[in-house]
Design a protein around this ligand. Structure first.
Ligand SMILES: CC(C)(COP(=O)(O)OP(=O)(O)OC[C@H]1O[C@@H](n2cnc3c(N)ncnc32)[C@H](O)[C@@H]1OP(=O)(O)O)[C@@H](O)C(=O)NCCC(=O)NCCS
Length: 204
């Protein structure tokens, strides 16, 4: 199955992965022959990718939401984490990333200890997902999260959860269910929802 995304403002670029192992057998077609693939970020490719990842993170999140470099490094080194990038090697740039790990590792995040499935080892929590601002609104954010659902399911996890801007769940088309809401999330003045994705939805 191929995902087709139309881009009007860019000439054909082939997106492929030169670092990390390729994850999905599905290419992402971004029209005019533009295709993309996702790859795992592992400790061995971290040094090549980290600056691009940090740059996207810093421009995407306010300081109260930014993960520290040490936190991301911890995730890279965790055997249960799912750390994915989408990269354009022709310009040597990562254009998006997603970092996730088992829910039980995030008890300090509001709402996590109230999750009814905490301590059952069946849930992956997406701690951070971002797409470079030049590549947003093309379906790549949803495709990246869908890839996380696919990998989580492959590893035997039954569900994936995340905190996302309130109201976004219905726009994502991944069947997310809102479990809780948090006003003024980390002092941003915005409301975030704690949402649950069922991993079997990866087939939709
Ligand atoms: C959120 C983000 C990853 C979405 O990526 P994208 O490629 O632009 O999104 P898509 O085109 O695949 O998504 C379709 C819609 O779902 C929304 N969406 C998808 N994933 C989302 C998420 N995790 N949180 C909130 N909204 C999301 C998109 O904003 C978009 O809504 P719109 O039609 O009103 O613009 C991107 O806007 C971004 O990097 N934002 C800054 C970082 C951030 O807020 N991350 C999410 C919280 S961890």
């Amino acid at each position: 199955m191929a995902i087709e995304i139309h881009v009007d403002h860019r000439a054909a670029i082939i997106i492929f992965i030169s670092g990390g192992s390729i994850l999905s057998s599905d290419n992402i077609l971004i029209s005019n022959g533009v295709t993309g693939e996702f790859a795992f970020v592992t400790p061995s490719v971290w040094d090549d990718l980290k600056e691009d990842i940090f740059e996207i993170e810093e421009e995407s999140f306010s300081s109260s939401l930014c993960d520290s470099k040490d936190d991301l490094l911890k995730l890279i080194n965790s055997p249960t984490s799912i750390f994915i990038v989408l990269r354009i090697p022709s310009v040597s740039r990562v254009i998006g990333y997603l970092a996730a790990d088992m829910l039980e590792g995030f008890s300090e995040v509001p709402g996590i200890t109230s999750d009814p499935y905490i301590d059952q080892g069946k849930t992956i929590y997406i701690v951070s997902v971002a797409i470079h601002r030049d590549w947003r609104r093309l379906g790549l954010g949803v495709a990246t999260q869908k890839e996380c659902l696919r990998v989580a399911s492959q590893r035997g996890f039954k569900r994936v959860t995340a905190h996302i801007e309130s109201g976004a769940a219905s726009r994502m088309g991944l069947g997310a269910r809102v479990l809780m809401s948090f006003a003024n999330w980390y002092g941003t003045g915005r409301t975030f929802d704690y949402v649950e994705f069922s991993t079997h939805l990866r087939e939709t």
